[in-house]
Design a protein around this ligand. Structure first.
Ligand SMILES: Nc1ncnc2c1ncn2[C@@H]1O[C@H](COP(=O)(O)OP(=O)(O)OP(=O)(O)O)[C@@H](O)[C@H]1O
Ligand SMILES: [Mg+2]
Length: 218
């Protein structure tokens, strides 16, 4: 019986597989396909919605967003036994652009994580303008890794930049929590975090994101 959610990584760094391998009760199906990107063509006929998570700037949170968004969507759809959503985690480098272009062929939409840091602005703009917009797909820029303890200035500046670029964006911002940073080593996704206040907040962000994107089913 297929799970409702499938995560595919096409990142040759394979950090997604390193993380997924540590998770005891993986709430979704998982495959690593950077050597066999032609397998992505199979997704076309499944009827599932295919979401690519992309930003050619490294370390912006693509893997964190992919696995945790997939986890909350899988949690909401756990009684569903047909494939509904596929999330593709992609490489954070310009060298692997061909892999990203391959994934975009089969995607319905693209989520572009970016941290609220001016250093990330130009590289994100390159990915959006050179790769994502030419693909003609709907896309959403998602602010990730915002630390509320630093105040709202960075978040506001980033939102102003996104607005000035005219990029579609999401109201939800994913806040920075230490639990997210530790989760890969602990082999957990957000639905499996311990029951404490920071974990609740961390989880809330991903449920908000899934609701805003409309990925929770009917
Ligand atoms: N919201 C967050 N809160 C705390 N830590 C975060 C958050 N998002 C990302 N991180 C941390 O930042 C680092 C980079 O995140 P991640 O590996 O998800 O980025 P990436 O875009 O997939 O990187 P790459 O381009 O190398 O594949 C990791 O240590 C991760 O735990
Ligand atoms: Mg990654």
């Amino acid at each position: 019986m297929p799970a409702a959610v499938h995560v595919v990584s096409i990142d040759p760094q394979a950090s997604t597989v390193w993380w997924a391998d540590r998770i005891t009760d993986l709430p979704f199906d998982f495959s690593q396909e950077h050597k066999t990107p032609e397998n992505l063509a199979l997704l076309k006929d499944t009827g599932a919605r295919v979401h690519v998570v992309a930003n050619q700037k490294g370390g912006v949170g693509k893997t964190t967003i992919t696995l945790n968004l997939a986890a909350v969507v899988a949690d909401v759809l756990k009684e569903t036994n047909t494939l509904q959503h596929v999330f593709i985690d992609t490489p954070g480098s310009l060298q692997d652009e061909n892999l990203l272009l391959e994934a975009l062929k089969y995607a319905h939409d693209v989520i572009v994580p970016m941290p609220p840091e001016p250093l990330a602005f130009d590289p994100t703009a390159r990915t959006v303008q050179k790769v994502i917009e030419p693909a003609g797909l709907p896309y959403f820029v998602l602010v990730n890794n915002w630390d509320p303890r630093d105040g709202k200035a960075d978040l506001d500046e980033t939102r102003e930049y996104i607005e000035a670029q005219g990029w579609p964006t999401l109201k939800t911002a994913i806040r920075r929590y230490k639990v997210h940073t530790r989760a890969s080593a602990e082999g957990k996704v957000v639905t499996q975090y311990d029951e404490n206040k920071p974990s609740f907040k961390a989880r809330e962000d991903f449920f908000r994101l899934a609701i805003e994107l409309g990925y929770g089913g009917r």
